[in-house]
Design a protein around this ligand. Structure first.
Ligand SMILES: [Zn+2]
Ligand SMILES: [Zn+2]
Ligand SMILES: [Zn+2]
Length: 249
């Protein structure tokens, strides 16, 4: 069994937005307070992180994360890698290099921004399908505004797919997931940009790949948690992730 914690569920900027007076930003529902997207998977005593957001320090404080064994990176946008420098604290506590898995191209983009972290604190490993004490981790190329991948975790016959930024993806590898966590940066009446598609395309994808349950994440600034949840629940087995939400696979 692996435990999954959504450390952050926001798109590029946290919510509430600075100075914004809209209903979402004025909401007193804790689930409308979102930090940037990242996941913690805990399996057989190991801490695995997917992306490391600029909010990592506070996410680690809240969830008492003092060691990390491996980090998986979806792409080199700031909201997914901006916390890398905060790994200094983890390195000081544990004195062992942290393995970072992604493609070579994404690694080169990350290294340009954080060259000092790759001297001894972080060790790059090219992402390939792997087994971590029975947890299978694989990846799928994703269409976005820069080279991007999504991750597929399989354990005891269960499958979890995580795609936080997306405007297209090959379906073969991600068919029939028990849980899909997929982006919802843009609202129902927003146009597709070169990096993100509107949320109904995520919902359509979930149907196309026969996802048993789908959680929207990387949530944009267009509906309150409760309203987005109510709206997508009417469409089938959909819900909306929130910071601190836990799942098991
Ligand atoms: Zn993002
Ligand atoms: Zn607002
Ligand atoms: Zn992105």
């Amino acid at each position: 069994m692996a435990e999954i914690t959504f450390l952050g569920t926001c798109c590029a900027w946290p919510m509430p937005r600075l100075g914004c007076r809209c209903e979402i930003c004025k909401s007193d529902d804790e689930r409308d307070r979102r930090l940037r997207s990242s996941l913690l998977l805990q399996h057989e005593g190991k801490n695995l992180l997917v992306d490391i957001s600029p909010d990592f320090h506070w996410q680690a404080m809240k969830h008492k994360i003092t060691s990390i064994d491996k980090i998986f990176i979806t792409h080199a946008h700031q909201d997914h890698i901006g916390g890398l420098d905060a790994l200094n604290e983890i390195f000081i506590l544990n004195r062992k290099p942290i393995e970072l898995y992604t493609t070579k191209k994404i690694y080169r983009l990350i290294k340009k921004q954080f060259p000092w972290m790759f001297q001894k604190k972080i060790k790059f490993k090219e992402m390939k399908k792997m087994d971590i004490d029975g947890l299978e981790v694989d990846f799928v190329p994703v269409k976005h505004s820069t080279e991007t991948i999504g991750f597929i975790f399989k354990l005891d016959g269960k499958k979890f797919v995580y795609i936080p930024d997306c405007c297209g993806v090959e379906k073969d590898k991600i068919m029939n997931p028990d849980v899909l966590a997929i982006e919802s940066t843009k609202g129902f009446d927003h146009r597709q940009s070169h990096g993100h598609w509107p949320v109904q395309k995520s919902i359509q994808l979930a149907g196309d790949i026969n996802a048993r349950t789908t959680y929207l994440t990387h949530v944009g600034h267009y509906l309150k948690h409760k309203d987005l949840k109510r709206k997508v629940e009417k469409m089938g087995k959909f819900s909306v992730a929130y910071d601190g939400m836990e799942l098991e696979i």
